[in-house]
Write a protein that binds this ligand. Structure first.
Ligand SMILES: Cc1cc2nc3c(=O)[nH]c(=O)nc-3n(C[C@H](O)[C@H](O)[C@H](O)COP(=O)(O)O)c2cc1C
Length: 216
């Protein structure tokens, strides 16, 4: 299945009843102009949480430095207007719906839009990914090459991964660790600044000692 336009999606959705719960998964390429924006994810998430909660849409959003993968679950009345806007959103391009099917129940338990970065550069000791060998299977993150079965498997693992981070606060914290590439830059920057400060301190002490010796 590969749906790449809103009109095509609308047609494909015709086969579902108004009350049918639908799972929709798409992959898109993050656009070049959006990529450097450090708040890209935060903006989408904040907006999505509000809209999705009000419209009973559940799911998750993840990315690496190249792709977004989003799973949305809801009725077609809820999903279609949203997908219309998502298709037009300039922050990504080449959107391809690769899973569209009726489901019995929501697979994600609440309205939260999970955002998770699967960027390889963040795969370092101490991060959530490194502690979760199950996620390892999906790195490198190449969702366009995945079969439907593997895609569903990925969603299942992500759902379980979610359960581990039960409280919302804890989840936000842990997700920040893996989501925000700037967090690493900041911590590197922090330690660089700390090292520079210590170096200046040592030099100042040395200079003081030398001066004292010269005076003595
Ligand atoms: C990858 C991606 C995923 C998005 N997911 C959602 C979402 O789940 N819910 C939502 O309301 N907006 C989502 N958006 C934002 C919409 O595309 C759009 O910007 C937003 O609905 C505001 O549209 P408006 O400016 O026309 O009101 C997403 C955007 C991107 C780039």
């Amino acid at each position: 299945m590969m749906i790449s336009s809103y009109d095509h999606l609308k047609k494909a959705m015709n086969e579902f009843n108004d009350t049918t719960l639908i799972r929709l998964v798409y992959v898109s390429n993050i656009s070049k102009q959006a990529l450097p924006d450090p708040l890209l994810f935060e903006h989408i998430r904040t907006h999505s949480e509000d809209y999705n909660r009000k419209n009973n849409i559940k799911g998750m959003l993840c990315n690496n430095q190249k792709y977004f993968l989003q799973c949305l679950e809801g009725t077609k009345q809820a999903l279609l207007p949203l997908m219309d806007r998502i298709f037009q959103d300039k922050r990504h391009k080449k959107l391809r719906v690769n899973l569209l099917k009726p489901i019995e129940h929501y697979s994600f338990d609440d309205w939260r839009m999970r955002s998770l970065s699967l960027d390889e550069s963040l795969w370092c000791k101490g991060t959530i990914q490194a502690q979760s060998p199950e996620l390892m299977k999906f790195i490198p993150f190449k969702p366009l090459e995945w079969s439907e079965w593997f895609l569903e498997h990925f969603l299942e693992i992500m759902r379980k991964f979610d359960d581990v981070n039960q409280s919302y606060e804890a989840q936000q914290k842990s997700y920040n660790i893996v989501r925000d590439p700037n967090a690493q830059v900041v911590s590197i920057l922090d330690s660089t600044l700390l090292h520079a400060f210590l170096l200046v301190l040592v030099l100042a002490v040395l200079l003081g000692v030398l001066r004292m010796n010269a005076i003595i």
